[in-house]
Write a protein that binds this ligand. Structure first.
Ligand SMILES: Nc1ncnc2c1ncn2[C@@H]1O[C@H](COP(=O)(O)OP(=O)(O)OP(=O)(O)O)[C@@H](O)[C@H]1O
Ligand SMILES: [Mg+2]
Length: 243
C-alpha cells in the first residue's frame, strides 16, 4: 500500500469560534484503506472530512492528497482537484429534485466534459438500483436516494471516496445495505473515509477506526475485523459453489 492522504499538524478555527474545531491533527491514510472516523457531536469529524475534500482550508497545517499540497492550489485548482479526485456522499443525499436519478449521477461527469451515460447505468446496476434510472428523487426511498448519491460520487472514478454519516438518515436495513456496498467498493480497491456515529457499523466494515475528541485524534485502531473476514469467506465460497 502507498500513502494517499497526509494531514500535518492541522488546526481549524472557524470565524467567531472560541476554541479550534481541530487542534493539531496529524494522520496518514494509505491507498485502499477503509477508515471510519468516530466521535461525539461537535468533535470535528465533518471539519476533518471537509479539509481532506478540499471543501475548506485549514487555519494552519497542511493537507496533502496523492502528493498534492492542497494549500498550494488556488480556488480553481481546488475545484479541479475535487472534481477529479474526490467523491463525496452526504447524510441527506443532496440530489437535485428536478433531475432523474441517471441525470443526477451524470452531473460530475458533465462538469468534467465527459458524456458517460453507459457508465452511469452500469454504476446504478452495480449498486442494485438500475430500475430507478429514469425516476425523480422524490419517488425514491431514502436508501435508493443514497445509492444514487454514491453512484454520483463514483462517476468520475475518484481517488478517494468520502462519506459524512451516509447512513444517518436511513432506517437500519437501508443503512446496512449502504454499508455493505461501501464494503464491496473497498474490496474492489476503493479508498474510503467514512464518518459515522454507529460503532457497530464502523467496526463491522472498516479496518481502521480513528476516534476524534475535542478536535484531536485520540485513538487510531486497526481492527482484525473477524466478521468481515467471515463474510468474505462466505462470499468466496458461494462464488466457488456457483461456478
Ligand atoms: N461553518 C462553521 N462555522 C463556525 N463553527 C463551525 C462551523 N462548522 C463547524 N463548526 C464548529 O466546529 C466544531 C466541530 O464541528 P464539526 O461539524 O466538525 O463536528 P462533527 O464532529 O462533525 O459533529 P456532528 O457529529 O454533530 O456532525 C463544532 O464546535 C462546531 O460548532
Ligand atoms: Mg458532522
Amino acid at each position: 500500500m502507498s500513502e494517499l492522504v497526509r494531514l500535518t499538524d492541522i488546526t481549524k478555527v472557524y470565524q467567531g469560534g472560541i476554541t479550534g474545531a481541530l487542534n493539531g491533527v496529524s494522520v496518514t491514510v494509505e491507498r485502499g484503506e477503509f477508515t471510519a472516523i468516530m466521535g461525539p457531536s461537535g468533535s470535528g469529524k465533518s471539519t476533518l472530512l471537509n479539509l481532506v475534500a478540499g471543501l475548506d482550508r485549514p487555519t494552519s497545517g497542511s493537507v496533502e492528497v496523492g502528493g498534492t499540497d492542497l494549500g498550494k492550489l488556488g480556488e480553481a485548482g481546488l475545484a479541479r482537484f475535487r472534481r477529479d479526485h474526490i467523491g463525496f456522499v452526504f447524510q441527506f443525499f443532496h440530489l437535485l429534485p428536478n433531475l432523474t436519478a441517471l441525470e443526477n449521477v451524470l452531473i460530475p461527469a458533465q462538469l468534467k466534459g465527459t458524456v458517460v451515460p453507459g457508465r452511469a447505468r452500469e454504476l446504478l446496476d452495480l449498486l442494485g438500483i438500475k430500475e430507478v434510472a429514469d425516476k425523480y428523487p422524490a419517488r425514491l426511498s431514502g436508501g435508493q436516494q443514497q445509492r444514487v448519491a454514491i453512484a454520483r460520487a463514483l462517476i468520475n472514478n475518484p481517488t478517494l471516496l468520502l462519506a459524512d454519516e451516509p447512513t444517518g438518515a436511513l432506517d437500519m436495513h437501508s443503512g446496512e445495505q449502504v454499508m455493505e456496498l461501501l464494503g464491496r467498493l473497498h474490496r474492489d480497491g476503493q479508498t474510503i473515509l467514512l464518518v459515522t456515529h454507529d460503532a457497530k457499523l464502523a467496526t463491522r466494515h472498516a479496518a481502521r477506526v480513528l476516534s476524534v475528541l475535542d478536535g484531536k485524534i485520540v485513538d487510531d485502531a486497526r481492527l482484525e475485523s473477524p466478521e468481515r473476514t467471515a463474510s468474505e469467506v462466505i462470499r468466496v465460497r458461494s462464488e466457488e459453489a456457483s461456478r
